[in-house]
Design a protein around this ligand. Sequence first.
Ligand code: HEM
Length: 516
Amino acid sequence: MGFVHQFLQLITLGMVVSFIFILWKILSSWWISPYKAYQKLQNNGFTGPTPSFPLGNTKDMRRSNSSSSSSSQSFNFTNDIHSIVFPYFVRWRKSFGKVFIYWLGTQPFLYIGEPEFLKQMASGIMGKNWGKPKVFKHDRKPMFGNGLVMLEGDDWAHHRHVITPAFSSANLKGMMSLMVESTKNMLDHWSTLIASGEPEIDVEKEVIRTAAEIIAKTSFGMDDQKGREVFDKLRAMQVLLFQSNRMVGVPFSKLMYLRKTLHARKLGKEIDQLLLSIITSRKVSLGEPQQDLLGLLLADNYIDGHLEKKLTNHELVDECKTFFFGGHETTALALIWTLLLLALHPEWQNQLRDEIKEVTEDRPLDYNMLARLKKMGWVMNEVLRLYSPAPNAQRQTRGDIQVGDKSIPSGTNIWIDVVGMHHDPELWGDDVYDFKPERFKDSLHGGCKHKMGYLPFGFGGRMCVGRNLSMMEYRIVLTLVLRKFSFSLSPNYVHSPAIMLSLRPSQGLPLIFQHL
Ligand code: HEM
């Protein structure tokens, strides 16, 4: 009996110790460690709004977001979207300046809206030495897995080295016909709608679907049943993630959307399996290698006479997903916001049409013509400034960084407010909110007073790897639209840009089309 009693006591003690250990681990990762990091930043002179546990400043952020979006019910157009999508940053900047600390749930972030501070912080840091905040890696795992967007260190350097050549102009040229084909299908559908007496079209859905199709075709192919299935499942997963309005950094917040989270996880597994089987069958097939990104990554690649080490099957799966999620919505949104601004500025529609006529002379579009569409390039730059599809960038420091007399400790989460910098009158002048593509006529930075104040594709070694692909797609789609139609804004449009994973027109973009 004594032995059993002692044994039970031991088990109870073990359970109590384990419970205390787990509690300590939870407290440590949710509060003690983040709070220590916070104190270090405070000791270096950074301040910010007061957080509460476990929501941090999230409650305040959600409150100000809902009050700002409710004001957008009537048509009241402004390009001053910083105060619409990030009202809390606008408020905190007034109290704490352009660099301050705020909390996403249990994680402190150093907010940066000051390009000179960013420049000093980033100088000397190579792409591979930047980390990505763990809280985002976890949140976006279904989309990016361990793809290029989330990798760090030597793994990132290796993937970047292998992936970059796939986006060369020679390779992109081979993808042009796929882009033209998908765009023409979309425009034929629009023609049918117009002919049947429905000239009002919600272009948001249309363009996102077409861009998704283009990126699927250019990433892993959609010729066969499996490619189509991957496409459908990726789209379904995107809708699920989009609907679960997640409170990043708040413990257990995923439980609020448990059904959607589990469904997304299940879809994620199915997508991985399908992509794996596409990769395996491509490896054994003896036919011509395909010219999509996956085909290019599977092909032998020689650099200075050496055969490059290839990515593994699982790495390729994550990169295919990364291209899909990183590449289609961003490009689609650049096009969507462009259509809005061109609907409001018919004089720019005409200028672009004249340029297209001059460059193409009414011949079918070819790759060499695209670079000659200069004004279209200015328009794209201006749209990416006013409505940046990637509204912010996140980093985590992997080493102490000194900026002037301030030290930023290793492990600090960084939030770079790209929209804030793109909309800062101190950097752009009094016409900051005006749509003026000509500001990019003679300047790559649109006349911004600081080179780091314009970051639509990121900065340094981690600059967007797909930017040439997106510029090509943008020019193709816009040229084909402008050649066929003129368009104006529908009275049903409600201007309410919102952050829903990226910067979107939250109530769609209905335009009224006319055949030319
Ligand atoms: C208008 C369209 C696009 C915009 C505005 C955009 C924006 C960005 C930005 C801001 C970054 C840097 C993120 C950071 O610093 O953390 C980035 C990185 C990246 N983008 Fe894009 N992107 C676009 C199109 C594309 C396309 C078409 C693809 C692929 C097909 C792509 C794939 C990637 C990848 C893989 C990275 C990670 C690069 C790295 O960390 O080394 N993007 N993009």
